[in-house]
Design a binder for this molecule. Structure first.
Ligand SMILES: [Zn+2]
Ligand SMILES: [Zn+2]
Length: 230
């Protein structure tokens, strides 16, 4: 539970940068791996110091150490979380047959080793720190959108939570600009080219052809297609 709590605590620090699916992930090792996509240094211990610069842009001469935020790694979590999990269950019939049973004298040193690492983390003076630059934009629908610069840089687009509109973003000279993106499709009935503002597509989203009025449905399917050979 301590391993899980540490992973979930970290997830909370990144919650406005992850999708809903990640928020529901319950395996702590997988979670850290997902968060690594956002912050590649998520598994590294970090010491934080602050100081006031005498000259802007030049490191301060006097720094005050705030503490260290120690982290578990995904591979460590996976290995030991599974070991601990195996102690909670009755060995399967196969494990019985193969003689792979719970042996207290083998488990004890492993548990001590695990608790030592957890203690190291819990003795930290800082927890789940996350430094980020937030960019704030006003969607044409009026909704105020907040995204981290890290996420905008990675995705090059964002979806408005209010109107579901999809917008592209680009940065020039430190200023972030956003622009509307468009979907286009050729009508399956009259072959006219249709273009409409991009929005988050749902299975069974409906559109009308601007030329012939035919109703078009978007569906998510398993489809076999010819693989293009270059
Ligand atoms: Zn919007
Ligand atoms: Zn049409």
């Amino acid at each position: 539970m301590a391993i899980e709590c540490l992973a979930y605590e970290l997830l909370q620090a990144y919650q406005d940068e992850v999708d809903d699916e990640t928020m529901e992930t319950w395996q702590p090792g997988r979670l850290i791996k997902e968060l690594k996509e956002i912050d590649s240094l998520i598994e590294s211990d970090r010491s934080i110091s602050v100081g006031i610069e005498d000259i802007s842009g030049q490191a301060a001469k006097v720094m005050h150490h705030l503490g260290t935020d120690a982290r578990l790694t995904a591979s460590w979590i996976n290995k030991h979380w599974n070991t601990l999990g195996s102690y909670l269950h009755e060995p399967t019939i196969r494990q019985h047959k193969e003689g792979k049973l719970f042996i207290a004298s083998d488990a004890r040193p492993k548990i001590i080793e695990i608790s030592k690492e957890i203690e190291r983390i819990l003795n930290s003076s800082l927890f789940a720190t996350n430094f980020k630059v937030n960019i704030s934009m006003k969607c044409p629908c009026g909704f105020q959108i907040q995204r981290t610069e890290r996420l905008l840089r990675r995705d090059g687009k964002f979806t408005c939570a209010n109107c579901k509109g999809v917008f592209g973003v680009e940065e020039s000279d430190g200023v972030w600009k956003f622009f509307r993106m468009y979907h286009d499709f050729n009508c399956p009935k009259c072959d006219a080219k249709n273009k409409f503002p991009a929005e988050e597509l749902q299975d069974q989203s409906r559109f009308s052809c601007k030329s012939c009025g035919a109703e078009v449905v978007v569906s998510r399917d398993w489809c076999v297609r010819l693989k293009e050979i270059p």
